[in-house]
Design a protein around this ligand. Structure first.
Ligand code: HMG
Ligand code: MG
Length: 284
C-alpha cells in the first residue's frame, strides 16, 4: 500500500562537498550532478555563491552550473548569502536560490558574520529581486535544536525565524539540525511550534547524521506531516562553521527507508546508489 509521495531534496553537491578538504575539480562535481540528474530528483542543490575566502570548496560554482547537462524537470539550486551572491547565482543560471538564516546568534555570527537581525536585512532585497524575476527562494534555518556555540535552541526561536522567512516569501523552509543533536522528541517539539506558523506542507527536514539519529528524526517528522527531506548521496557533508557537523543523512539510505515504509520518492535507486559510490570516491 502506498503512503503517498515524499520528496528527497538532494544537497550533496553543495552541503556534501562544501566541507571536503580535497580541492575537488569542477569536472568531478559536474559528473556527480549529471549522474544525480538521471536519478529522478526534482531539485538538486549544486552551487553556493558565498565568499571563497570563507568556503574555498564552492569557488567553482558558476563553472559547475555552466558545465552540467540540465535535465528537464530538474531545478538546480544555489545558496546566496548576500546581494553579490544573488547576482552571481542569477548570472550563472540557477533555477532557484536559498537564503540561509540561523535560529541561534552564535552560529549566525560564525557562519555569515551577521546577527540574525542583520541577516534578515540582507535577505529582504534578495527575496524582493527574486520575486521580480520569478525565481523561487528557499529558506534555511540552522541550529533548529542545538547550536555548537550557544547550546540548546528553544523551539520558539526556530518558529520565529521560520515564520519570518516564510512571510518574506520563501516558498519552503528547510529546518537544519546542523550538528545532528536532535532526537525524535526534540525534533517533534520543535516541529509542533514551527507548524503553528508555517504550513507543514511548506517545511523540509534537513538532518545531519552526526549522532546516527537522522533517520529516527525523519520518522518523527513524517509522523508530524513533513514530506520533504534534504539528504546527500554517500552521506557527504558538514558545515565548516559548525564543529562536529558530520555528514548529511545519506540519500540512498533515506530512499530505501522511505520505500520500505511505503512512500513514493520517484527515485531510481540503482542510479542513486551509483551517485553515492561516486560521491564516496570524491572524499579526501
Ligand atoms: P564578511 O567577511 O563579513 O563579508 O563575510 P565582506 O562583505 O567583508 O566580504 C569578505 C570578502 O568576501 C570580500 O572580498 C568580498 O568581496 C567577498 P575581499 O574584499 O576581502 O577580497 N564576498 C564574496 N565573494 C563571493 N561571493 C559572495 C561574496 N560576498 C562577499 N557572495 C559572507 C560575509 C556572508 C560573505 C561570508 O560570511 C560567507 O560567505 N559566508 C558563507 C558561509 C557558508 O557558506 N556556510 C555554509 C553554508 S550554510 C550551511 O551549510 C547550513 C545549511 O546546510 C543548513 C544546516 O545544515 O543547518 C544550509
Ligand atoms: Mg546542512
Amino acid at each position: 500500500m502506498s503512503l503517498g509521495p515524499v520528496e528527497i531534496f538532494e544537497v550533496g553537491p553543495r552541503d556534501g562537498l562544501q566541507n571536503e578538504a580535497r580541492e575537488i575539480p569542477v569536472a568531478e562535481k559536474v559528473a556527480l550532478v549529471d549522474c544525480l540528474s538521471r536519478a529522478g530528483f526534482s531539485r538538486i542543490e549544486v552551487a553556493s555563491f558565498v565568499s571563497p575566502k570563507w568556503v574555498p570548496q564552492m569557488a567553482g560554482s558558476a563553472e559547475v552550473l555552466a558545465g552540467i547537462a540540465r535535465a528537464p524537470g530538474v531545478r538546480y539550486a544555489a545558496l546566496t548569502p548576500n546581494m553579490r551572491g544573488f547576482e552571481d547565482a542569477r548570472a550563472a543560471g540557477a533555477d532557484e536560490i536559498a537564503v540561509f538564516a540561523s535560529a541561534s546568534e552564535g552560529f549566525s555570527k560564525a557562519n555569515i558574520n551577521a546577527t540574525i537581525a542583520e541577516s534578515f536585512e540582507r535577505f529582504a532585497p534578495i527575496i524582493e529581486e527574486a520575486r521580480h524575476i520569478d525565481l523561487p527562494v528557499r529558506g534555511y534555518v540552522s541550529c533548529v535544536v542545538e547550536c555548537p556555540y550557544d547550546g540548546p535552541v528553544p523551539p520558539a526561536a526556530v518558529a520565529e525565524v521560520a515564520d519570518r522567512l516564510f512571510s518574506m516569501g520563501c516558498y519552503e523552509v528547510s529546518l537544519g539540525d546542523t550538528i545532528g543533536a536532535g532526537t525524535p522528541d526534540t525534533i517533534a517539539r520543535m516541529l509542533l511550534k514551527v507548524r503553528d506558523v508555517v504550513p507543514v506542507g511548506r517545511l523540509a527536514g534537513h538532518y545531519h547524521d552526526t549522532k546516527g539519529r537522522a533517520m529516527a528524526n525523519i520518522d518523527a517528522s513524517l509522523s508530524m506531516g513533513v514530506r520533504v527531506f534534504d539528504a546527500a548521496v554517500g552521506g557527504l557533508g558538514g558545515c565548516p562553521f559548525a564543529p562536529g557537523a558530520a555528514g548529511n543523512v545519506a540519500t540512498e539510505a533515506v530512499a530505501e527507508h522511505l520505500a520500505a515504509l511505503g512512500y513514493e520518492t520517484g527515485l531510481d535507486l540503482e542510479v542513486v546508489r551509483e551517485a553515492a559510490k561516486m560521491a564516496r570516491a570524491m572524499r579526501a
